[in-house]
Design a protein around this ligand. Structure first.
Ligand SMILES: [Zn+2]
Length: 301
């Protein structure tokens, strides 16, 4: 026994320095990984996205979803539309003669990237804008998403995890499906808010549902999550594929009003929003309008 113990002791002594070196290397590796994680540097957009997606379903999240699901069980959905109770559609009067340009990126499967000309044009004009981006689009375009999030004049808000209409009873609009119950509505709003926060360091304040349709119970549920359902009040008509720029510009000039919110899309590189804004923005500036991000014009509730 004693001999055996002695042998082991000797072995330990022999491998001791090696073990120490290995432990030191492991510590350096762990610290490096932690450092990289903290800074988000040196990590590919795909790796960052995988880490963000992997951290969504925490026990605390599932508890929150369970509590809200219970709270909204049996609550009637109320009216369903773009302008129902609890939904923001305009900027407050005190914002003045301003317009918010909002640009959506919906599902993502069929689009090849985004309309870079449109973003370049806004940057060149010094016009700020708010981007509503769905989780599905982020999954398809992580590098582009991170580039857009770094633009100082662009605000990133949420267009839902799966681009669903906001409903506690499954109502949808056009080809857009609705969330079937409160638990799905929580997933739709909260998972995308957490995903965007994990990627950008900023939690979105606004949620624009798929199709811009919501019921009143879902709009109330958003407030429990610290989010605000926001649609629009100035129709551009750009969602009809390849709508001519002159038609879009005419709508923008027709519906423009102080405190108004424009809705357009930036996820179709071949569509005509850029040419339309090239026409509309100088005309609106000449009418005395300036442009704001939503988070600059709307106070947190
Ligand atoms: Zn959409």
């Amino acid at each position: 026994m004693r001999r055996k113990a002695h042998k082991i002791f000797k072995k330990k002594r022999r491998y001791g320095p090696l073990l120490k070196a290995a432990a030191a290397l492991a510590a350096v590796a762990v610290l490096t990984v932690l450092g990289v994680r903290r800074l988000g540097e040196g990590e590919s957009p795909e790796a960052l996205l995988a880490r963000a997606n992997g951290g969504l379903y925490t026990p605390a999240y599932l508890r929150l979803r369970g509590e809200l699901s219970k709270k909204y069980r049996g609550v009637p959905p109320g009216r369903f539309g773009e302008a129902v109770k609890g939904v923001t559609r305009r900027l407050p009067k005190e914002a003045g003669r301003v317009i918010a340009i909002t640009l959506d990126a919906c599902g993502g499967e069929h689009s090849g990237g985004y309309n870079e000309r449109l973003i370049d044009f806004l940057r060149g004009e010094g016009v700020p804008a708010t981007l509503f981006i769905s989780g599905r689009w982020i999954d398809r375009h992580p590098a582009a998403f991170l580039e857009l999030a770094r633009e100082p004049d662009l605000e990133i808000e949420s267009h839902g995890y799966l681009h669903r209409a906001c409903s506690v009873s499954g109502r949808g609009k056009w080809t857009v499906k609705g969330t079937r119950n409160a638990a799905e509505a929580v997933d739709e709003m909260e998972l995308n808010a957490r995903k965007i926060e994990a990627l950008t360091g900023r939690r979105p304040r606004f949620h624009r549902p798929g199709g811009a349709y919501s019921d009143e119970a879902c709009a109330a549920l958003a407030k429990d999550l610290g989010l605000e359902v926001l649609t629009y009040d100035m129709y551009s008509g750009d969602a009809r594929p390849h709508a001519p720029d002159s038609a879009i510009a005419a709508n923008l000039l027709k519906y423009a009003s102080p405190g108004g919110i424009f809705i357009l899309h930036f996820n179709h590189p071949g569509w005509n929003e850029e040419a339309a804004l090239r026409k509309a923005i100088p005309a609106l500036k000449a009418r005395g309008y300036s442009f704001v991000r939503l988070d600059a014009a709307l106070k947190p509730r």
